[in-house]
Design a protein around this ligand. Structure first.
Ligand SMILES: Nc1ncnc2c1ncn2[C@@H]1O[C@H](COP(=O)(O)OP(=O)(O)OP(=O)(O)O)[C@@H](O)[C@H]1O
Ligand SMILES: [Mg+2]
Length: 250
């Protein structure tokens, strides 16, 4: 279980998180939605200790992340796959080496094991046999899938996806959605998915949380969010440009 408890985080004078609280249960896919720049990426970076809260705290499986030693943090990170917002593959490394990176860093695997795990991960994202290719040879959607393969190669218990479908066409996005569902169903992974894409949110989410002004504005099932009476959440999910204008019927 992942718990963010009353997390506050500012960068200089800019207050980003101001009491962010969210529980993610075993086996669920929690979708985080919210306007650009509200701190969605900042929030999930706290889960893997890439950022430390100014106050409040974060627990993963009962371990308090900001209190972990460096060694404990590395051990924790081996259970958490992270698909970064800007899927940074290393252009000079083959796809196979990109996917193997976490396994190599972790150590303790034979070359055979690594090759096998990389092959399995690429198969799970429907890209079998691309080990020898280089990132430049793949489309944006394929690169996103390699990013997912890299995150799952260590067989993590948790997967954090930061905008996995942004910038992709609808069909490719739907493929990524199906992959995320497959990770949950086949591997029993617990996930957090950040997205702007409401269609994707409704497809993959067990629950949806909206981040607004530093806090979770509402968290609920897909059905609860779709039927929300909160005007702020409504406005976001319906993609309306301005609440006042809409209400005035302009
Ligand atoms: N390391 C950092 N140092 C300074 N400011 C930061 C840092 N990381 C994030 N910020 C600021 O925190 C705010 C929230 O950023 P964040 O990337 O979490 O937004 P987001 O909700 O993920 O947006 P988007 O949907 O565009 O990805 C932004 O104003 C950003 O500039
Ligand atoms: Mg972001």
């Amino acid at each position: 279980m992942i718990r963010l408890v009353d997390v506050h985080k500012a960068f200089g004078p800019k207050r980003v998180l101001e009491g962010f609280t969210l529980d993610v249960n075993e086996g669920e896919t929690m979708v985080i939605i919210g306007y650009s720049g509200t701190g969605k990426s900042v929030a999930i970076k706290h889960i893997v200790g890439l950022l430390e809260p100014d106050s409040g705290t974060v627990f993963v499986d009962g371990q308090e992340v900001p209190r972990l030693s460096r060694a404990e943090l590395y051990a924790l990170r081996s259970h958490i796959g992270y698909v970064f917002q800007f899927a940074a593959l290393f252009d000079s490394l083959s796809i196979g080496e990109n996917v193997a990176m976490g396994l190599r860093k972790e150590g303790g695997h034979t070359e055979r094991e690594i090759v096998q795990r990389v092959g399995e991960a690429l198969e799970l994202v429907d890209l079998p046999g691309v080990e020898e290719k280089f990132p430049a040879e793949l489309s944006g959607g394929m690169r996103k899938r390699v990013g997912i393969a890299r995150a799952i190669a260590r067989q993590p218990k948790y997967l954090l996806y930061d905008e996995p479908t942004t910038g992709l066409d609808p069909v490719t996005s739907a493929i990524i959605d199906q992959l995320m569902i497959r990770m949950r169903e086949k591997l029993g992974v617990t996930s957090i998915v950040i997205t702007h894409d409401m269609r994707s949110a409704y497809t993959v989410g067990s629950r949806i949380a909206m981040l607004y002004e530093g806090k979770v504005r509402q968290v609920g099932t897909v059905d609860e969010i779709q039927h929300t009476r909160d005007p702020v959440v409504r406005q976001f999910i319906e993609g309306k440009p301005d609440l006042d204008l809409v209400e005035a019927g302009v």
